[in-house]
Every structure is written in structure tokens, then in C-alpha cells.
Design a binder for this molecule. Structure first.
Ligand SMILES: C[S@@+](CC[C@H](N)C(=O)[O-])C[C@H]1O[C@@H](n2cnc3c(N)ncnc32)[C@H](O)[C@@H]1O
Length: 462
């Protein structure tokens, strides 16, 4: 196997882009010099379109832009295998490329679909519906109007999600939104509601969804709900106008597939993608589906816990809670001399006396994760055109104090399915600790011995 350079940069390092060869082929990445933008989402919070929907572990648009500029010289097809709220897709179409995204979470898939297609929207029609909304809401909140919408029945929370005054306003919003005839405009409103809905509830993201009172905040008894939504809608209208200015008329194809990437063979022909830019869930047990329960239920995508369970089963990597009690879960592929098996064994032997909470459960969790890394790598190999590149942003992990270099292991797995591992670049060497680090390994202890980082694994299909 080839020796791969691992370049670690400080966050403030000057950014340089991969160089495009004169012949227009996908460039060979200079193993010493290629540097990517920091892939962290936080810089998106103020940027047009990207600011619509906050998403934990989203990409920065700058990272995607530099990747597109560096790897696609002419119009191509870009795939994000785990597209989240669509950062890759939005940047791809702004750059004049066709965009495809897979996403299992229907709320995130909605966000991706609405954002990536937003440049088609008629701004005048949109702003006129926003005005109608303002009037409807004003009229209904100042009368004895009884909304006909109801909170989703299956959505159970420990504390009241909305206090009565807030709930009344939210239901008025629902009545208006459900009555919008045009599907596209209705989806813009649904997204404006869904992306703000937690901010006026008794819950908050810390970054997992939890009660405000548990985080030392007060409950919300009343709130200017319409203002939160109309502010969001105004941002959307402004950004759509901006998007339309940026884009020349085109016949771009945008495809958002609300299914697991593991089913890619059912949706895409082989060798149909020029560039993959993506980031799978990390080995940190972050539960995207559970954390978006409010949106999934209120948007009508979930009616009961079984619906959540289906998403959980489809998720990349199993959740620790679902495998910690299994006797032993092993790798489903054979790969010698990689160190993966040995690292899993080290983990498995730790803290046996802690039962479910000991090393075996975490080794099972990591083994399931690497099994999915293997399926993921096979999927990349299937979709990529020959000579095509995949940029996979992945964070390392610390389980029970054991550092798991997921980037290196994923690189080796990718090589084993026939992809070339070109390079591993590390634009950000200090990632904020995740839920595992905070709950199961003491932060200070983990930081003293291991560094959390985020890596860009660059692969090519020969
Ligand atoms: C790290 S986030 C990607 C965020 C994205 N880069 C962005 O900027 O919004 C990983 C995403 O993968 C999705 N996901 C998990 N398992 C999946 C699967 N099997 N197929 C497709 N998407 C999946 C999760 O719902 C989550 O939105």
C-alpha cells in the first residue's frame, strides 16, 4: 500500500488550493501543498442560503467551493453521499455543476431540496405570500380564532414542548402554511418554521436536544413566533434574489434522494459522478434523528417511535446504545496489517467490569462503524467515474481513552476496495469535544493525551 502524507495545519494556516492541470483532467493532488479550507459549518451561519438551516457538523461553504474550484475544471456532476442540509449541493449549483445528494433524514432532505432548487422561485409571488401570512397572523392573534391544526399526536416530550400561548401561535402558523396551495412556496414556509421552531420551545440544542431548564435557561411562556418566522422568510427572499443574480440560465440537474447511500445502486448508474464531496456521521454517537424529533414530527415525517427507529437502522454506523449489549460484533471484511483489528481488541479488553459501559460495547460500536465505512467505500467506487475524486471529511475519535484514527482506517479500507488513497489533509486540529468525549471520557483527560482533529481523506478511482 502507498505511503500517504498526512498534512496537519493550524486553523489559521494560509489557504492554498489544489492546482488544476492544463489538460483539464482531475488534478493530481500535490501531497505536500494541497490545503483545504476549514470544513467547519460555523462560518455558514451568516452566508446566503447556507444560513437558512443550522445543522450540527455541517460543512463550511468555503471548503466546498475550494474543492470544486480545485477538482472540477468544467461542468461536472457532484455527489454528496450524506448531504445533510445541502451545503455541497448549493455550492455545486452556484458553481454551475449538477448536484446529487443522499440523505436519510427527511427534514434535512427537505432543507437540501428547498435550498438547492430555490433559484427557480418567483420572488414576487413569494413576498406576496409572506405579506398574506403577516396579515393572517395579525388578524387571527387579535381575534378569538380557534386553530384547526393540532400538535402532532405521537410527539411525546418529558416537559411541555410549547407553553400554551406559544402553542396557540404555532398552530395559527400551521393553519396558514397548510393552506398554501403552491407546493414549492409551502415548503419554504415549512422550512422557515422547522428551522426556528426549537428557538421558541422549552427545549434547546446543547448541542443535543434537551430541556432549557436542564441547561439553566428559563422556559418560554410567550414569544413573537411570527417575527421569528417572517425574519427567516425575509432572509430567504433576500438570498433567493442573490442566488438568481449569481446564476446564469442553465439546465442543471439537481437530485435529492431521501434514502440511504447504501442503496446507491438502486438510484444511480455506475461511473456517473465526477466528484464526491461529503462527510459521513463521525464515530461520536451523535444522534441526528433523535435531535431532529421536533421537526420530524411537526413536519409530518414521523408519527411514532417506529418511524424514528427506521431512520436509526438506516443510519451510517450503529448507535452505541443499540450494540453495547451484544456479545461481540466483528468486522465484516478481512483487512490485515491495518491496525484496525488490534485497536478494536485493545478497546474490547478495557473496563470489562463496567459491563455494557465497558470496552466491549464501544468496540462493537466502532466495528459497526468500520463495517459501514467499508460499504461506503464500495459505494464511492461504484458511483465515481474513472479518474474521479472523492473528498471525505471525517473526524477522529476517542473511545474509553483510546484514540481511533478513523481517517487513516477509512483510507486503508478505501484502498482495499480499489480506490487510490491520494492524501490525508488535516485543516483543523482542534475539534470541539463531542458527546462521547464529554460524557464517557473526561474532556481534560482526553485532551491531555489525544488531539481531536478533522481530516480530509482524498481518494481517486484509478
Ligand atoms: C456530517 S452530516 C453531513 C452534513 C453536511 N455536510 C452539511 O453540510 O449539511 C452527516 C449526515 O449523514 C446523514 N446520514 C446518516 N446515515 C446516512 C445514510 N446511510 N445515507 C445517507 N445519509 C445518511 C445524517 O442524517 C446527517 O445529516
Amino acid at each position: 500500500m502507498a505511503t500517504v502524507t498526512k498534512t496537519i495545519r493550524k486553523p489559521a494556516a494560509q489557504l492554498r488550493l489544489p492546482i488544476i492541470p492544463e489538460n483539464g483532467d482531475t488534478p493530481a493532488v500535490d501531497k505536500k501543498d494541497a490545503v483545504f479550507n476549514d470544513p467547519n459549518f460555523s462560518s455558514n451561519k451568516t452566508l446566503p442560503v447556507h444560513r437558512w438551516v443550522p445543522w450540527i457538523a455541517g460543512f463550511s461553504s468555503g471548503f466546498v467551493k475550494s474543492a470544486l474550484d480545485g477538482f472540477l475544471r468544467k461542468k461536472g456532476t457532484v455527489l454528496d453521499t450524506f448531504c445533510g442540509v445541502g451545503t455541497t449541493l448549493v455550492e455545486s449549483i452556484l458553481g454551475g455543476h449538477n448536484a446529487i445528494g443522499f440523505e436519510i433524514n427527511p427534514y434535512a432532505a427537505l432543507a437540501s431540496r428547498v435550498k438547492a432548487n430555490a433559484y427557480h422561485i418567483d420572488i414576487d409571488e413569494f413576498t406576496s405570500v409572506i405579506d398574506d401570512f403577516r396579515q393572517f397572523y395579525k388578524k387571527m392573534t387579535s381575534s378569538k380564532y380557534k386553530p384547526y391544526s393540532a400538535p402532532p399526536q405521537g410527539f411525546k416530550t418529558r416537559a411541555l414542548f410549547y407553553n400554551p400561548l406559544v402553542l396557540h401561535k404555532v398552530l395559527i402558523v400551521q393553519d396558514f402554511v397548510l393552506a398554501i396551495e403552491d407546493d414549492t412556496l409551502r415548503d419554504l414556509f415549512r422550512l422557515a418554521f422547522a428551522s426556528t421552531m426549537v428557538s421558541y420551545s422549552n427545549y434547546s440544542y446543547e448541542p443535543s436536544l434537551g430541556r432549557r431548564v436542564s441547561a439553566g435557561r428559563e422556559e418560554i411562556h410567550d414569544f413573537p413566533v411570527a417575527k421569528a418566522i417572517t425574519d427567516k422568510l425575509a432572509d430567504m427572499a433576500e438570498d433567493i434574489a442573490w442566488m438568481q443574480e449569481q446564476m446564469t440560465p442553465n439546465n442543471l440537474k439537481v437530485q435529492i434522494i431521501n434514502d440511504s447511500f447504501f442503496n446507491c445502486r438502486q438510484h444511480l448508474p455506475t461511473e456517473s459522478v465526477d466528484l464526491v464531496i461529503t462527510s459521513p456521521p463521525y464515530l461520536n454517537n451523535y444522534h441526528y434523528n433523535r435531535n431532529t424529533r421536533p421537526q420530524l414530527y411537526w413536519l409530518g415525517y414521523a408519527q411514532s417511535p417506529e418511524d424514528l427507529k427506521k431512520l436509526e437502522d438506516m443510519n451510517f454506523g450503529k448507535f452505541w446504545q443499540t450494540v453495547r449489549d451484544c456479545e461481540r460484533l466483528d468486522l465484516s471484511f478481512a483487512l490485515s496489517h491495518t491496525g484496525i483489528q488490534e485497536r478494536l481488541q485493545t478497546l474490547r479488553n478495557l473496563n470489562k467490569e463496567k459491563g455494557s459501559y465497558g470496552g466491549n460495547g464501544w468496540a462493537n460500536y466502532a466495528a459497526a462503524y468500520f463495517n459501514d465505512c467499508h460499504r461506503f467505500a464500495e459505494g464511492i467506487h461504484y458511483v465515481l467515474k474513472r479518474g474521479g475524486t472523492a473528498l471525505v471529511v471525517i473526524g477522529n475519535s476517542i473511545l474509553q481513552g483510546v484514540m481511533i484514527p478513523t481517517d487513516e482506517y477509512f483510507g486503508k479500507i478505501a484502498e482495499s476496495v480499489g480506490l487510490e488513497l491520494v492524501k490525508i489533509d488535516i485543516p483543523r486540529a482542534t475539534r470541539v469535544g463531542n458527546s462521547i468525549i464529554q460524557s464517557d471520557v473526561r474532556v481534560a483527560k482526553a485532551k491531555s493525551s489525544h488531539q481531536l482533529y478533522e481530516a480530509v481523506v482524498v481518494l481517486r478511482k484509478p
